[in-house]
Design a protein around this ligand. Structure first.
Ligand code: MLT
Length: 404
């Protein structure tokens, strides 16, 4: 008789955004005439930039001609895209990353969930609390997290690094020694950032204890302030301790297109074993590459026109962020984030829990956000709004919230 992977049975409830989706769908079904404004999941709303659309069209035409048709993509991605990434996202910033250290993939969510596969199951992971749920859930599925405590909503073998108002939503070094450290800056969900000096301290710490930092830089395009690092490889020593994950979803609106990349420097080793080789082996075995058409769309992100258009798109969302921050402050909320990130993190009013506030906002303002406790116990009493809505909807949502 077959057996299932029992680790899956340990997972409490469904994936956070599936739970919210179901709740909102049920509310909409019961109130069909209500116009709900969705500022919950960080999904983009603006159309793809013209430079990207043109590139997609050209690639589609190529696929219709025998001379230019392409079948399987190279395992690790097309050179034209990997070279554009290496030059624009790293070398032009003074970070020493080569095209052959970049692995093209179909999304940072899948890469952040899959990357743990190349590590032993007895590695201890450390995560920020609150945290993007994929990091923890994918380690639960792998059997790396121990026993779940429903009262505390924590796993016995996970090291939690509380990110609270007191520490500026930036983690401190944990008391226990981790093997894998997940960091995400600009942060999802709190919208906080880390300074270059502080990130350097994390890199030094990881090198000292022999840990790997899995650095999620999905929201890098939203950085507006100086002294906030755009990549972990701006820090000396990161090549021997850091993997970086990067998405095209948030900077270029690819949530429905799917494209991302992971960087693994060749010096990142466990003894003689290079993590680069393990991830290349995994990619070659389990993955047939992001489609040619999509990789050409990704290349357009780095064209002069693409860059200019995407700068405008990011500015559009950040205008929403300002509307949200300003509106919430006017309504008396305590607010952070929204300056270098498309997420606004607010304290729920009075003694309301995150889920109570979710229901309250849905029922009274017909606005959907994300309960902070869904990201971890330290998120309790907080709530996340995203700047990825349309400007009109964002303004309308804040008007509704102010009227409460
Ligand atoms: C979020 O809302 O946290 C993100 O959209 C989730 C994701 O990028 O997968």
């Amino acid at each position: 008789m077959f057996k299932v992977n029992e680790n899956y049975l340990k997972l409490p409830g469904s994936y956070l955004f599936s739970t919210i989706g179901k709740k909102v769908a049920a509310y909409q079904a019961a109130h069909p005439d209500t116009e709900i404004i969705r500022l919950g999941i960080g999904d983009v709303t603006q159309p793809l930039a013209p430079a990207i659309i043109e590139s997609l069209h050209r690639a589609v035409e190529e696929m219709g001609q025998a001379e230019t048709f392409r079948g399987y993509a190279p395992d690790l991605g097309y050179a034209f895209l990997r070279e554009a990434i290496a030059r624009n996202d790293y070398q032009d910033r003074g970070a020493e990353i080569g095209a052959d250290e970049i692995f093209i993939s179909d999304g940072a969510k899948s890469d952040s969930g899959n990357i743990q596969e190349i590590f032993s199951t007895d590695n201890r992971i450390a995560v920020c609390d609150p945290v993007y749920p994929v990091y923890v859930d994918s380690n639960v599925m792998a059997g790396r997290t121990g026993v779940y405590d429903p009262a505390r909503e924590t796993w016995s073998d996970v090291i939690y690094m509380p990110c609270t108002a007191e520490n500026g939503f930036s983690p401190e070094f944990p008391a226990e020694t981790p093997d894998l450290i997940y960091l995400c800056f600009p942060n999802n969900p709190t919208g906080s950032v880390i300074t270059r000096e502080r990130l350097q301290e994390w890199v030094d710490y990881a090198n000292k204890i022999g840990a790997v930092i899995i650095y999620d830089a999905a929201y890098e395009a939203y950085i507006s302030e100086e002294n906030v690092p755009h990549t972990i490889y701006e820090c000396g020593g990161a090549r021997t301790c850091a993997i970086e994950l990067k998405s095209f979803s948030k900077n270029a609106g690819f949530t429905g297109v799917r494209l991302s990349y992971t960087v693994i420097p060749k010096e990142l080793k466990c003894g003689d074993t290079a993590l680069h080789s393990l991830w290349a082996r995994r990619h070659g075995t389990k993955y047939n590459g992001a489609p040619y058409i999509i990789q050409r769309a990704g290349e357009a992100v780095y064209s002069p026109e693409g860059k200019a258009q995407l700068k405008e798109q990011v500015a559009y969302y950040m205008k929403n962020a300002r509307v949200i921050c300003q509106g919430l402050k006017e309504a008396g909320y305590t607010v952070s984030g929204g300056v270098n990130a498309p997420y606004i993190w607010l304290k729920t009013p009075g003694s309301m829990t995150s889920w109570e506030f979710f229901d309250y906002l849905l029922e009274k303002a017909h606005v959907v956000g994300t309960p902070g406790s869904g990201f971890g116990p330290s998120g309790e009493g907080y709530f996340r709004l995203t700047a990825f809505g349309s400007y009109e909807n964002t303004v309308a949502a804040l008007e509704r919230i102010k009227r409460l």
